[in-house]
Design a protein around this ligand. Structure first.
Ligand SMILES: Cc1ncc(COP(=O)(O)O)c(C=O)c1O
Length: 405
């Protein structure tokens, strides 16, 4: 190092960090691949008994070292580092699915007798975690309507966690995140948030004071509809120890090939997300002006009730757009979806392709804000040309109407 003082450098921007974080160190031989290789291992081989003991001790002390295959090797570490950087966290844990990332957080942080407050707009299989696991262990989940309930009045002395998802699933209700975090902090309650909608690119729960941000990496992080994975990012060493202990006890791990695919997806996140936004905004505007459409749910539209909060706390919007139709005939929505040709009928969104599905009314009824009486159609807007998509939508409406539905 020369003695010359270096001028302070501005922090790197998200696009640059997504390309460089988790990249392999320069190869000592002087040449090497751009990408970290897929390192598969069940067995970690040590140079000596003392080295093995040292690795195990460091793992037990909370250091991120690969002392056993289940902890994941270089590919996993590179992905953890990239997601942790993206979310502005201390450490990331990879799980086999988004749902297992959510279960991990509840299991790690709650004990018998604890009370957890959950926004009623969250991904609905959380009800399954509640019924199958938490209620059996004496942990009480209480759902609240962010627009209808006074959250402060619901907090109890044994409330340990507030669990949020903003925007919510299906209707994309935007929460007043900073206000909820401020309340939680005053009462010494942890806040965890599902950040799948934004891919970690348009929204930063940890910067707004949450303790945990988790994602279904299955969706935008992997981005190509070919991986199931979750990730939990924590804000500091204390939560890393608590999440890490439950993670080890549950024996969670993900395959190196899947970690590689998600890391590859992350490299193009900063190109894909703005494109999803451009396309989804065009489709949402088109739907809002369509004679067959009753209401469009998309926070980037000024008509959406969450628009002002979204504008304040987010830097962009993802590809999910939902809408209701004017016709009450029960078969109309299904006939419309069946008539689409560029939208696959399917649930797991976040890939490059457009999707359509009809939301189950039983799931919608759990949302305090839901007042609809016709089917809700959820679209995921992919990376196709948006005019081709709006043309396909118009054609499908004509076809469904022509079929007498
Ligand atoms: C908001 C949200 N969180 C979590 C999940 C669960 O992810 P996975 O399908 O990887 O279990 C989903 C899946 O649709 C989701 O939409």
């Amino acid at each position: 190092m020369s003695g010359k003082p270096q001028p302070p450098q501005p922090p790197l921007r998200a696009e640059t960090l997504l390309i460089h974080s988790g990249a392999p160190a320069p190869d000592p031989a002087g040449a090497g691949p751009v990408n970290i290789p897929v390192v598969r291992a069940s067995t970690v081989r040590f140079a000596s008994v003392a080295t093995m003991a040292d690795y195990h001790q460091r793992h037990s002390a909370g250091e991120r070292v690969a002392s056993y295959g289940r902890h994941g090797m270089d590919t996993h570490q590179a992905l953890e580092s990239a997601v942790s950087t993206l979310e502005g966290g201390h450490r990331a844990f990879l799980t086999p699915s988004g749902l297992s990332a959510i279960s991990l957080v509840f299991i790690a942080l709650a004990s018998p007798g604890d009370h957890i407050l959950v926004a009623d707009s969250v991904y609905s299989p959380i009800h399954r975690i509640d019924r199958a696991l938490l209620s059996r262990y004496g942990i009480q989940l209480q759902y609240f309507s962010p627009s209808g309930d006074d959250l402060a009045a619901l907090v109890r002395p044994n409330t340990r966690l507030i669990y949020l998802e903003s925007p919510g699933s299906l209707l994309y209700e935007v929460l007043d995140f900073p206000a909820i975090v401020a309340l939680a902090r005053r009462r010494g309650i942890l806040v965890a948030a599902d950040n799948t909608w934004s891919g970690g690119y348009f929204f930063k729960p940890l910067a707004l004071g949450a303790n945990i941000s988790l994602q279904a990496a299955t969706k935008y992080l992997a981005g190509h509809s070919d991986v199931m994975q979750g990730v939990v990012v924590v804000d500091g060493p204390e939560l890393a120890a608590r999440i890490g202990a439950a993670y080890d006890a549950l024996g969670l791990t993900v395959g190196a090939d899947d970690a590689y695919l998600t890391l590859r997806g992350i490299r193009t996140l900063a190109v894909r997300m703005p494109r999803h936004q451009i396309n989804a905004t065009e489709v949402a505007r088109h739907l809002a002006g369509h004679a067959e459409v009753a209401r469009v749910f998309y926070p980037a539209l000024p008509s959406d009730p969450g628009h002002a909060l979204w504008q304040r706390d987010f830097t962009g919007a993802s590809g999910l757009v939902s809408f209701t139709v004017r016709r009450k005939a029960p078969g109309f929505a299904a006939a419309f979806v069946d008539a689409l040709s560029l939208f696959a009928i399917g649930a797991s969104w976040g890939g490059y392709e457009s999707l359509a599905t009809i939301a189950d009314p039983a799931l919608l009824s759990k949302h305090g804000d839901w007042q609809g009486d016709t089917a809700l159609i959820r679209l995921h807007i992919g990376l196709e040309n948006p005019q081709d998509l709006t043309r396909d939508i118009d054609r499908a409406f004509d076809s469904a109407a022509g079929a007498g539905e």
